[in-house]
Design a protein around this ligand. Structure first.
Ligand SMILES: Cc1ncc(COP(=O)(O)O)c(C=O)c1O
Length: 344
């Protein structure tokens, strides 16, 4: 069978036999009735990991963000975020549709907005103005090529928010990658936010599921929003068991994905006509194809003909993401194919 190296996203991993066994053997109950022991255990584990009081298991990262936004806000409120964040770009205008709120996107640097930058955008109380209610940040940053949001900046944002009576939501879909790549714990990152989300279905390799953690009041509100948005699941312990398995077995291997991504970054750097856009901090590489050398479409076709799947995130800009199912031999293959591109 020809080699397929799927670098489109870290969401493409398939659960292996051990994870499937854990899923098959999970104790389950009806989670909408609050009866599923495996979901309860996962929620407690994640609340503890984040240093929060409560946590809620949800089907997706999008739902984790949206139930958190719903928990924090009222109709007509405003949320400050980075212009390239997932919530603003890839959640189908859900903040407007589901919660009746407006986003105020600022131009971050590789996804990082600063407290200094945010401060003038906090609205004064005035009958004409929306109420600034929340600051949303993303760590690691997807469109920022897996950039780690610096902890000290997160702390400054936390302080600013507290001074103004605002809350902070951390979209930590890939927070596990930030933790793996730094000396900073889940709890330290989460301490900068009132709610924090994380996905089990990305680098951690579970098929489905995300978590959102916070105070018991916020999680109660998020729970109600989950039901409203149609995210109540019944015997969800089967999925929670996959998340548990991922936490036990896949957290510590994320550094391998970072090494693999770093190797791919170096290959991009030595290929004529390709230009890396950002440094490689975790499991993503974003680069530009020089149109005078080859069109991005042609480049993607050459890769695809050789079994390498990637995605263009903007015209001419390509993202490669490493994960559980990309090994050292796969990177060798990427190198061989890039060498042929170079020669053509
Ligand atoms: C930063 C970030 N947040 C949220 C999500 C949404 O996750 P899901 O696809 O599970 O809805 C993604 C998905 O890639 C993401 O990158």
């Amino acid at each position: 069978m020809p080699r397929i190296v799927d670098l489109r996203s870290d969401t493409v991993t398939r659960p292996g036999p051990e994870m499937r066994r854990a899923m098959a053997e999970a104790d389950v109950g009806d989670d909408v009735f609050g009866d599923d022991p495996t979901v309860i255990a996962l929620q407690e584990r994640m609340a503890t990991l984040f240093g929060k009081v409560a946590a809620l298991f949800v089907p997706s990262g999008t739902m984790a963000n949206q139930v958190a936004l719903a928990a924090h806000t009222q109709r007509g409120d405003e949320v400050i975020c980075d212009r390239n964040c997932h919530i603003f770009n890839f959640e189908v205008a859900a903040p407007a549709v589901l919660s009746g709120i407006q986003l105020n996107p600022l131009d971050g640097e590789q996804g990082v907005i600063t407290a200094e930058q945010i401060a003038p955008h906090i609205r004064p109380k005035n009958v004409h103005l929306p109420n600034t209610r929340l600051i949303a940040i993303e760590n690691t940053h997807n469109r920022g090529a897996g950039k780690i949001f610096p902890l000290d900046e997160m702390q400054r944002i936390r302080e600013l928010a507290s001074e103004h009576g605002l809350s902070v939501h951390l979209d930590g879909a890939r927070l596990a990658n930030a933790v793996a790549a730094s000396d900073i714990s889940f709890e330290q990152y989460a301490s900068c936010a009132d709610t924090v989300s994380m996905c089990f279905s990305k680098g951690l390799g579970a098929p489905v599921g995300s978590i959102v953690a916070g105070t018991s009041e916020l999680i109660k509100r998020a729970h109600k929003a989950r039901k409203l948005f149609g995210g109540g699941m019944r015997q969800a312990g089967i999925l929670a068991a996959a998340a548990m398995y991922a936490l036990d077995n896949h957290l510590s291997r994320l550094t391998e994905d970072h090494r693999t991504a770093s190797r791919i970054g170096k290959l991009i750097d030595t290929t004529d006509g390709l230009e890396r856009v950002f440094s490689v901090e975790t499991n993503m590489v974003i680069f530009r194809v020089d149109e005078s050398f080859m069109s991005a479409g042609e480049f993607l076709s050459v890769l695809e003909e050789n079994g390498i799947l990637t995605a263009a995130i903007r015209p001419g800009v390509i993202r490669m993401v490493t994960h559980l199912d990309v090994n050292a031999d796969d990177v060798d293959h990427v190198g061989e194919v890039l060498a042929t591109v170079k020669a053509s």
